[in-house]
Design a protein around this ligand. Structure first.
Ligand code: SF4
Length: 280
């Protein structure tokens, strides 16, 4: 067994909260630049250039790219040979988030109860997904998620007879209905298979994959490409003001499912799709 002290986890998560909120990942930044070069609408082009300038300023001044610094979503792969020492793992993750959001002056957006709605004032608790894996390391992926785009996401419990066309149409329908609300250009995570809750988790996890990396499954990679083209033909455009840049990337993750179902989740994200990762 390998001992990992909670202090190391707290420290890493604190730094990742600040870094993810201030530094736009290279894949998204690169696609924004590409799209600014081929956007046909003059207004759309201007908006994309402003998004790039905003990301440059955020990086230079280490200030958040967007005022909505999100709910901290954390995917943790914990090696089965790891022994956590010094306290509780979940408490450590939340302490890291607390310190990151307080010390990084990031907006605190979490309410302790969904109906009573009192702000916790430190952006905790985080949403944490644990997976136990082989080995003696911990992999942490942190993705702060704003809710302008989260609110536009959907789960569809399709029938097997809906097939691939049904899936494609539902994804496009979700993007079209989202329209200007998620601050397009969007990044879209799609989860197909599993069950009701797993397809949503897959869709969220799909947002972690760089948008310049296609699925390793050939027919899924083809579907990603086709859906990206269809989405960009919708005409929604940057900030919903028209144009041919509606979506920067569509990533799809799949899992086995039941003979009677075809669960599908579409997690809409925005041009401020953030993530940071580390291995301890
Ligand atoms: S959808 Fe994205 S860009 Fe718009 S407010 Fe939310 S985090 Fe910011």
């Amino acid at each position: 067994m390998r001992d990992i002290n909670v202090n190391e986890i707290i420290d890493k998560i604190e730094k990742m909260c600040i870094s993810a909120n201030c530094n736009l990942n290279d894949d998204i930044y690169g696609r924004l630049r590409e799209c600014a070069g081929c956007e046909k609408s003059a207004v759309g082009k201007d908006i994309l250039e402003q998004c790039i300038k905003n990301a440059d300023l955020a990086k230079e001044k280490q200030k958040p790219i967007c005022q909505d610094t999100g709910m901290a979503v954390i995917f943790m792969e914990v090696g089965q040979e790891v022994h956590i020492v010094g306290g509780s793992l979940t408490d450590a993750v939340n302490e890291g988030v607390r310190r990151g959001y307080i010390n990084g002056y990031l907006r605190k957006s979490i309410v302790s109860d969904p109906l009573l709605r009192v702000n916790t004032k430190d952006n905790t608790p985080a949403v944490i997904h644990y997976d136990i894996v082989e080995g003696d390391k911990i992999k942490i992926d942190l993705a702060p998620k704003g809710f302008g785009s989260e609110n536009m996401s959907k789960v569809y419990m399709l029938k097997p007879s809906d097939g691939i066309e049904g899936v494609k149409n539902a994804v496009i329908d979700c993007i079209e209905k989202a329209g200007p609300n998620p601050c397009p250009p969007m990044v879209v995570g799609v989860g197909i298979g599993g069950n009701f809750e797993l397809c949503a988790k897959l869709a969220k996890k799909a947002l972690l994959r760089p948008i310049n990396e296609s699925s390793k499954t050939e027919y899924i990679a083809d579907m990603e490409k086709e859906l990206l083209e269809r989405a960009n033909n919708l005409g929604i455009g940057p900030q919903g003001l028209g144009g041919n840049t509606t979506v920067l990337g569509i990533n799809i993750e799949t899992y086995a499912t039941h003979i009677a179902g075809l669960p599908l989740a579409v997690n809409i994200s925005c041009h401020v799709t953030r993530h940071a990762s580390c291995i301890i």
